[in-house]
Design a protein around this ligand. Structure first.
Ligand code: URA
Length: 209
């Protein structure tokens, strides 16, 4: 079963409190989401393999470590996932970015893909699928499935806030996928919003309603 990593660094918890606050406007919300995503990326990439290289410092020749040249891919789920991309790219500027857009079929209630553009070498990349809110888990599970159908193999899911219901769905549908979150909240309400959550992440990010 995939592990759940709760990244509860004090800086992340502080910023999470600010982003949850209903008085936080779109500009600050965007900044906070990117900052938290950057801090989380530090932890999500903790297992990147290192190689030893030889360098010359001004003093002497030395052996030192560098990232092995592993290729990374960031895949935001449209639209709220876009709000995490720039923060991650600040830390990993060479990562490629794929995009996936889903809507819920009003009759079957199944997620349907309406947009998908992935890096061509997706099967060689370590992939981080990002979406701030893991609520029912339906969209995230479908996104992971669509990425796997295109050859994606090493996949992590990174969210800001998760509901226990969403975590359960991902662990059941995709036991190979680890989940990284800043907080696991109490539950979902009748409208599938996370409680206490932060409201609609996409609307707060873009100032829509
Ligand atoms: N999507 C959101 O933006 N917020 C929630 O609480 C649940 C899903």
């Amino acid at each position: 079963m995939g592990k759940v990593h709760v990244i509860d660094h004090p800086l992340i918890q502080h910023k999470l409190t600010l982003i949850r606050d209903e008085r936080t406007g779109a500009k600050e919300f965007r900044e906070l989401l990117n900052e938290i995503a950057m801090l989380m990326a530090y932890e999500v990439t903790r297992d990147l393999p290192l190689v030893e290289v030889e360098i010359k410092t001004p003093i002497t020749v030395a052996k030192a470590k560098m990232i092995e040249g592993k290729k990374l891919g960031i895949i935001p789920i449209l639209r709220a996932g876009l709000g995490m991309v720039d923060g991650i790219l600040r830390l990993i500027p060479t990562a490629k970015v794929g995009h996936i857009g889903l809507y819920r079929d009003p009759e079957t209630l199944e997620p349907v893909e309406y947009y998908c553009k992935m890096p061509t070498d997706i099967e060689e990349r370590d992939l981080i699928i990002v979406d701030p809110m893991l609520a029912t888990g339906g969209s995230a599970s479908a996104a992971i499935r669509f990425v796997k159908e295109r050859g994606g193999k090493n996949i992590k899911l990174m969210c800001l806030i998760a509901a226990p219901e969403g975590i359960e769905v991902i662990q059941k549908d995709h036991p190979d996928v680890d989940i990284y979150v800043a907080a696991v909240d109490d539950c979902l309400n009748d409208h599938a919003y996370i409680v206490p959550g932060l409201g609609d992440a996409g609307d707060r990010l873009y100032g829509t309603k």
